[in-house]
Design a protein around this ligand. Structure first.
Ligand SMILES: [Zn+2]
Length: 160
């Protein structure tokens, strides 16, 4: 019986297989066990086909979700690059404006340049700070989570 089970699962040596055949011809108990086992094996096989079909389906869904996640990360990186470029442009513009306006105010109201110079730094950093707050307010994981949830919902709809 041990040999029969092993033969079905992993195979046995030629000598063992020969001995088993001669034993099965002689022993009724083991012959009926073989019959039951081959029936069970058939059932197992059809179950395996079903299992692998659903496994393929879930793997495909996982691959799709991963691809979408990577695409989103890619476009997010692009957005960050755009934001950075815009930040540099706006920072330069606002610093330049403050420098002009500040210079005019120093002349017009004879203000000390002590007020204008820190103001220049603040105006220079302001757009960068604003963009930084925006990026922190919409963290990466939130985007990825939404994509995963979308796919899980999609799968559930497909199963129903
Ligand atoms: Zn036997």
């Amino acid at each position: 019986m041990d040999l029969l089970t092993r033969r079905e699962v992993e195979g046995v040596s030629d000598a063992d297989a020969r001995w088993l055949e001669s034993h099965l011809a002689a022993c009724e108990e083991c012959a009926s066990y073989e019959l039951a086992l081959s029936g069970a094996e058939r059932a197992m096989r059809s179950f395996t086909v079903m299992a692998s079909a659903s496994l393929v389906e879930s793997t495909r869904a996982r691959v799709h979700a991963r691809a979408a996640q990577l695409r989103e990360r890619e476009s997010r990186r692009f957005l960050i690059a755009i934001s950075f470029a815009m930040g540099v442009v706006f920072s330069t513009l606002s610093a330049w404006m403050w420098w002009k306006v500040g210079g005019w105010m120093v002349e017009r109201f004879s203000l000390p340049s002590l007020i204008v110079e820190p103001g220049l730094v603040i105006f220079w950093l302001l757009p960068a700070i604003f963009l930084g707050i925006l990026l922190v307010a919409f963290p990466d994981s939130k985007f990825e989570g939404s994509v995963m949830q979308l796919f899980i919902k999609d799968r559930q709809r497909g199963i129903q």
